[in-house]
Write a protein that binds this ligand. Sequence first.
Ligand code: SAM
Length: 292
Amino acid sequence: MSAPPPPLPSPLPSSRRDWAALLAQLGVRPSKGLGQNFLYERGIVQRMVRSLGIGPDDLVLEIGPGLGILTDELLLRAGEVTAIELDGRLAAHLEQAFAGRPSFRLVRGDALKIATDAVIPPGRPFVVVANLPYAVASAVLRHLLEQPHRPRRMGLMMQKEVVERICAVPPNLSVLAVATQFYARPRPAFDVAPTVFIPPPTVESAVVILDVLPEPPLPNGLHPRFFRVVNAGFRQKRKQVANSLAAELDLPKDDIVAWLTGQGIDPMRRAQTLTVEEWVRLTLAAPVGVTS
Ligand code: SAM
């Protein structure tokens, strides 16, 4: 058996100065609106890809490949990489930089508007890896989790404060934590300092790994009701959950109290103390008025 061919040399720069020069050469002035903080430390992307255990059998979806530092590492480890980039100048650069890589596919467009089934063959397992644009990071996360075709695992670099919110436990849950933990088991992987980006962001970053559940705890048809109940419970966060639900769902307080106590939940608790499992039970036992 002949040895596998050596990996292709990276088409990308290796020093901070050369990454900055590449940006200048492409005429890209990093846009805050598009969350353009580009990594230049290879050690960070190597650690990220290693933490996810990506191998030759994996199909990876990358969101926002930018200049391609993470893409380059993914192409070394994964079987295939599909990447979605919104900025046309970066898309043109990526097409050129990775032109000789048959395992790379670039999709131009807004990741928030693209269904996973439009870019990943239906039914095929895949992993999402991304250094997300911070302004839309939680929206991208929810978009991916709410797709009928969900990734089996995700490794996302985001604002550290958002990672902490996603991984929170009772009594510190939020709608974002409940919505994420309904679909996945998140765990923080490691922190990333602002100094490894061009330009450095004003906030700390962190990587979160999410193991997506094969099935969420409720069938698809009940997801809208689940989110209606959760959103209503959290709308008036400082209030007791019974008061918030009564006000938002426009139901008599007595009915709400009976609903909560029937599920063993003290009506005086606050929304952020309820577990995902308790929200699921409330959804299943919801009174008429919530179900209709
Ligand atoms: N992956 C690169 C890295 O680690 O250096 C770039 C990460 S940068 C934080 C975010 C990237 O997402 C940018 O390339 C930006 O143009 C792109 N982007 C922003 N909004 C996007 C969207 N809605 N859909 C797809 N890509 C987007």
